[in-house]
Design a protein around this ligand. Structure first.
Ligand code: AHG
Ligand code: MN
Ligand code: MN
Ligand code: MN
Length: 334
């Protein structure tokens, strides 16, 4: 009988990978795991409790906030505050950073950027949603944490991960030494290692993007879309189109099966819709660690200069050879 390895056991076991670590990152990942179990409990019974629908407020992106957006945001912020390892939370749902300078965490050395609920538009129709998180080490050495601690490039991440609340609930994360996936066993309330050393196939036959924006796509993306849809048995084309509208769910499927996820610039969003700090960078870190490729169509996402907390970036994430192909077409038109 295979021995179950919980997320907690795995984190502690891997702690030896970081000689400087004294357990703080382990505790931070534990805190994120706890909050995601609470969010999972509400997602799983949404419809039976008053957690569906809109709050009637908007976030700084002009998006109407769903009750579960706000609930999830509150759960992660409180878990990170109580946990004492985090000094700043950057959230999609908060325009300004949340500085946690309480006596609980005077020496906290981590910053957490989070999309507490990704794919909000899918909540009310019972389609998979997710959470995305990104973790940085504090740069400032004395006094309260500062904004510069939160404005670090993606290459500085010490960890990143996502939770996908789907047919099962999974937590997938990396600390820069590969990607591992854990499935929540509700009977014991533990995330258990189910997908060790996740690796993204170099080729894939699934493309994920919102074709409703076709007229506004860059020419290179239009040419790639046509390429995906051409008949060519030798390259398994036409590929399949799969688009859920939750980046976490689309990306998780493509990570397992191979595929490409694209959210390019459009007329209404010249830098794309997705946010760099808590969507693009953490997902790029995970995809690269799993052997995939993550660019903005021209340049590595992780190398993108972070200038503001909610800046957007075009996103091309997936199987290496698929992203290389669309980049080839993008270069033809620049
Ligand atoms: P969020 O719900 O956190 O605002 O993110 C939604 C994002 C992402 O999850 C998804 O891939 C994309 O929005 C879908 O956008 P469109 O509906 O414009 O395709
Ligand atoms: Mn949103
Ligand atoms: Mn999102
Ligand atoms: Mn969100």
């Amino acid at each position: 009988m295979s021995v179950v390895k919980t997320l907690g056991q795995f984190i502690i076991e891997k702690q030896k990978d970081f000689p400087y670590a004294k357990g703080e990152l382990s505790r931070l990942l534990r805190d994120i795991g706890i909050a995601s179990k609470i969010v999972n409990r509400e997602v799983n019974k949404a419809g039976l409790v008053d957690i569906l629908g809109e709050v009637g407020t908007q976030n700084s992106h002009g998006e109407s906030q769903k009750k579960l957006d706000v609930f999830a945001n509150e759960q992660f912020i409180s878990a990170l505050t109580v946990g004492g390892e985090c000094c700043i939370v950057v959230s999609e749902e908060n325009d300004e950073p949340i500085y946690i300078n309480s006596e609980v965490s005077p020496n906290a050395k981590y910053i957490v950027a989070i999309d507490p609920l990704d794919g909000s538009s899918n909540i009310d129709v019972n389609v998979s949603v997710g959470t995305i998180f990104s973790i940085y080490r504090r740069l400032s050495t004395d006094g309260p944490a500062q904004l510069k601690d939160a404005l670090q490039n993606g290459t500085e991440q010490v960890a990143a991960g996502y939770v996908v609340y789907g047919s099962s609930t999974m937590l997938v994360y990396t600390t820069g030494k590969g990607v591992n996936g854990f499935t929540l066993d509700p009977s014991i309330g533990e995330f258990c290692l189910s997908h060790p050393d996740m690796s993204m196939p170099k080729d894939g036959y699934i493309y994920s993007l919102n074709e409703g924006n076709y007229v506004h796509f860059p020419q290179g993306v239009k040419k790639y879309l046509k390429y995906c849809q051409e008949e060519d048995a030798s390259t398994n084309r036409p590929y399949s189109s799969r688009y859920i509208g939750s980046m976490v769910a689309d990306l998780h499927r493509n990570l397992l099966k191979g595929g490409i996820f694209i959210y390019p610039s459009t007329a209404s969003a010249p830098n794309g819709k997705l946010r760099l700090v808590y969507e693009g960078n953490p997902m790029a870190f995970i995809i690269e660690q799993a052997g995939g490729r993550a660019t903005n169509g021209f340049k590595r996402i992780l190398d993108t200069e972070v200038e503001s907390l909610h800046q957007r970036s075009p996103i091309f994430l997936g199987s290496e050879n698929m992203v290389l192909k669309v980049e080839e077409f993008m270069r033809e038109y620049c």
